[in-house]
Design a protein around this ligand. Structure first.
Ligand SMILES: Nc1nc2c(ncn2[C@@H]2O[C@H](COP(=O)(O)OP(=O)(O)OP(=O)(O)O)[C@@H](O)[C@H]2O)c(=O)[nH]1
Ligand SMILES: [Mg+2]
Length: 502
């Protein structure tokens, strides 16, 4: 590869010491989408992505910053509008028509048309290349290779920097290499580009992003050490994120297991009815509080993974916030009966939750408590499949004044369901593309929502976690146990990231 030009005073896009690549291609090929995914930029105000061709009209600098330093720079560019005509002009501008145009001819082309009404987009997109930026050429391999593309490739071949071609299949089935035009594209691109890679902007996860950045390292021998160090920083940052995520999930579980709901009420003339009413209120509040806690934890994970414009307003467990008051949740998530028995045997009775007997003496099935309540409430609580909540009713204040305290379900699966729901959300988050510009909610298909995680964990890890649930619910975890559980969660997160199924 030829050398990057010396820093010239008029350079706008390229700064020495910061490897720079211009992302170029025909309009609507997904240039901006590739960049959004690569740089984890989900803000449409920063990177505009739309099915409207010609969305990007000016070059824009986008930086990959790690540890506060700009490590890599990408320039999002407008798409080629008239590549065939531009190539014709460039050829005509060649010094020696027999030898054809060279890099200097591109310079001449841009100088000639920069301030004219012709080839506006071509001049804009070529400018960074003339300053020495490398090329990241994006095409959709579902589209046949026609003359306009061949002209684009010919023009880009004249640029002096390293060149990488990216096949960004808009239709995911086309990612398969037997897809219609992939071979034709590869043979066309192979002649003009140092390397050709597939990168599905709507599906690429961390490993694919890393691979694409590593490909830049392969083609850009000018900055090899810098790029290698950048990859190391990227890996460290990702590992830190996962550690933070595991910590957040653990904090959520700890807090959720400790939730107690209190309702003060007076016996009045019909103490049974008053009690039923209080239980109903406390139960609803209890489950709402948990589902909000789960949603907040999910939003924190979204922030951690740079999805600040996506919110977990809709739960994955059901079509609303995680609905722990629904028997459907209790059937679908968590461990199987057999797994519960195995972990229960390993860590002692009450492997799920053992409620502090002092605070919450009675346990009463909701079916019993709600027996006389109307159909609406029963529908809400879905009858006998409901877990039994821990309950205590004590005297309070004036005559007949009572305090009802409602605690966690006695069901040993409770903690596992909480963990499952947050892990399902995690899987959605790490699989989510930053190029999506939807309604900003983290939604799951019913298939995604029901693909439980905790059932698939190795038995040894289930036992580790069961031990932590048990001790944590009793407020008896030391640092070593906390660390062990966090590491178990972290290892699970790493497995979810590596899981190719989606
Ligand atoms: N399904 C799918 N759609 C994609 C993918 N990449 C881009 N698109 C869609 O293709 C359209 C164009 O994407 P952009 O990233 O805006 O394309 P662009 O090349 O930057 O377009 P201009 O700026 O107009 O030149 C948008 O509707 C994207 O959502 C992909 O990998 N999969
Ligand atoms: Mg664009």
């Amino acid at each position: 590869m030829t050398q990057q030009p010396e820093n010239n005073a008029t350079a706008r896009w390229v700064t020495p010491g910061v490897p720079t690549f211009a992302v170029v291609g025909k309009v609507n090929m997904g240039k901006s989408a590739v960049l959004a995914t690569l740089l984890e930029e989900d803000d449409n105000a920063v990177i505009r992505i739309s099915s409207e061709p010609g969305e990007t009209t000016r070059c824009q600098c986008l930086r990959l910053e790690l540890d506060g330093d700009e490590r890599l720079r990408f320039i999002d560019t407008p798409g080629f509008q008239q590549p065939v005509e531009a190539l014709r002009v460039i050829r005509a501008l060649a010094d020696d028509p027999a030898r054809g145009p060279g890099p200097e001819t591109l310079v001449r082309f841009v100088e000639r048309y920069r301030d004219s009404a012709d080839f506006v987009d071509e001049c804009r997109l070529l400018e960074p290349l003339l300053e020495g930026a490398g090329v990241l050429y994006v095409v959709d391999p579902a589209v046949p290779v026609h003359d306009a593309f061949i002209a684009e490739i010919e023009i880009l071949r004249l640029s002096a920097g390293p060149r990488l071609a990216v096949l960004n299949p808009h239709n995911r089935r086309q990612a398969d290499h037997s897809a219609a035009y992939v071979d034709a594209w590869r043979s066309q691109l192979g002649q003009a580009f140092n390397l050709v890679r597939t990168f599905d902007a709507h599906a690429a996860r961390f490993a694919a992003r890393r691979d694409l950045l590593a490909a830049l390292n392969q083609i850009d021998e000018r900055d090899r050490d810098h790029l290698q160090a950048t990859l190391a920083l990227l890996d460290a940052e990702w590992a830190q994120r996962r550690e933070d995520a595991a910590e957040r999930i653990q904090a959520f579980l700890r807090a959720a297991l400790a939730v107690r709901e209190h309702v003060d009420y007076a016996d009045g003339e019909t103490p049974d009815a008053a009690r039923r009413q209080a239980v109903q209120t406390a139960t609803r509040r209890y489950y709402q509080r948990l589902s909000h806690m789960e949603r907040d934890a999910s939003n924190d994970l979204l922030d951690l993974y740079r999805h600040g414009h996506t919110r977990a307003a809709t739960g994955v467990a059901l079509d609303d916030d995680l609905d722990l008051a629904s028997d459907e949740t209790w059937r679908r998530l968590g461990l199987t009966r057999r797994q519960l028995a195995v972990v229960g045997a390993a860590v002692g009775a009450g492997a799920g939750l053992t409620v502090d007997a002092g605070a919450l003496g009675h346990t009463l099935g909701l079916g019993t408590l709600l027996g006389g309540v109307g159909g609406g409430a029963l529908a809400y609580f879905k009858g006998d499949a409901l877990p039994t909540l821990s309950l205590a009713i004590g005297r309070r204040g004036a005559v007949g004044g009572r305090r009802l305290t409602l605690g966690p379900p006695k069901n040993a699966n409770f903690a596992w369901i909480l963990l499952d729901s947050v892990l399902i959300r995690y899987r959605l988050i790490v699989n989510r593309s930053h190029a999506l510009r939807g309604d900003g909610t983290l939604a799951a298909t019913s298939e995604e929502a029901s693909e439980t995680v905790v059932k698939t964990l190795a038995s040894a890890r289930q036992k580790q976690l069961a031990r932590w649930f048990k001790n944590s619910a009793r407020g008896r975890c030391d640092d070593a146990q906390d660390t062990e559980a966090r590491q178990a969660i972290e290892a699970t997160l790493a497995e979810l990231e590596a899981d190719e199924r989606r």
